[in-house]
Ligand binder design. Structure first.
Ligand SMILES: NC(=O)c1ccc[n+]([C@@H]2O[C@H](COP(=O)([O-])OP(=O)(O)OC[C@H]3O[C@@H](n4cnc5c(N)ncnc54)[C@H](OP(=O)(O)O)[C@@H]3O)[C@@H](O)[C@H]2O)c1
Length: 256
């Protein structure tokens, strides 16, 4: 049997929002390849406990989970302190957690905008800083998770789409500012994926139907597809890839 080209044994990983959906699939995929995983979550302790079990079940090192809001710098300081005490270092950060207000742009209140931007875009700044301090001279890989809303107009998605566009731009800037220190920063962006997040869209059914219809590959993207792309960008196979957005959408976004 062919040996996997990717071996993350001995690597320490933080995945934000790793308790459900795409984040959980990323935790499982990285653990399957030998990484020791820490993930955080916002509210749902039961989902976090279930995710810990699923990650541990792949047979790698024991995962840890921490309740921490990525939009709160004090929470993040505590999260990185836990990682320092438990792992002593960090090699990979996956900034995946996201939330946001779903409304037509004209209805967005100031607090809707700030809340969405703080969680989805600004959080990458303290996350990258905390991660790079624990990466030290060894460097590492940072991957942010984005969506087609960064470049495409999607009903109700104005605030989240703008936050994802800001996130992708931050990634490019972080990439050039830190490449010489051995830190790679990239984005994995995805088309519609049927996770809990989609339940908040008033037009969920329509999104899923349209996406399927418009996807040349003939099926919707899964959390596992996103996790595969993240795995690639955290591995040495992508060692000269800096500041890029890898789109996982079965070709949906290139259809005219
Ligand atoms: N679903 C899609 O169609 C789609 C497509 C492309 C890209 N994406 C992106 O993929 C990522 C994950 O989305 P998903 O669909 O997997 O979402 P999801 O199923 O709603 O899961 C969100 C995860 O993030 C955590 N979280 C949310 N806000 C947080 C905060 N402020 N601090 C810490 N943790 C927080 C949640 O924790 P709790 O369980 O405690 O709430 C949960 O673990 C997001 O960046 C999203 O934009 C999604």
């Amino acid at each position: 049997m062919a040996k996997s080209l990717i071996d993350l044994t001995g690597k320490f990983v933080l995945v934000t929002g790793g308790s459900r959906g795409i984040g959980r699939a990323i935790c499982i995929r990285l653990a399957e390849h030998g990484a020791r995983v820490c993930f955080n979550y916002l509210r749902n302790r039961e989902a976090a406990a279930e995710a810990e079990k699923l990650i541990a079940a792949v047979g790698g090192p024991e995962p840890i989970s921490v309740r921490a809001n990525v939009a709160d710098d004090e929470h993040l300081a505590r999260l990185f302190q836990t990682i320092k005490e438990e792992f002593g270092r960090l090699d990979i950060l996956v900034s995946n957690a996201a939330l946001g207000v779903l409304k037509p742009v004209i209805e967005l209140r100031e607090k809707d905008w700030r809340w969405t931007m703080d969680i989805n875009a600004r959080a990458l700044i303290p996350l990258a800083k905390g991660a790079m301090e624990l990466m030290g001279d060894r460097g590492g890989s940072i991957v942010a998770v984005s969506s087609l809303g960064a470049t495409h107009a999607i009903p109700y998605y104005g605030a989240v789409g703008a936050s994802k566009a800001a996130l992708e731009s931050l990634v490019r800037h972080l990439a050039i500012e830190n490449a010489a220190q051995g830190v790679r920063v990239n984005v994995v962006s995805g088309g519609a994926i049927d996770t809990d997040a989609l339940k908040f869209f008033p037009n969920r059914e329509q999104i899923l139907e349209n996406s399927l219809e418009r996807t040349p590959a003939g099926r919707l993207v899964t959390p596992g597809d996103m996790a595969d792309a993240v795995l690639f960008l955290t591995s040495d196979l992508s060692k000269m890839i800096h500041g890029q957005t890898l789109i996982v959408d079965g070709g949906c976004s290139i259809v005219a």
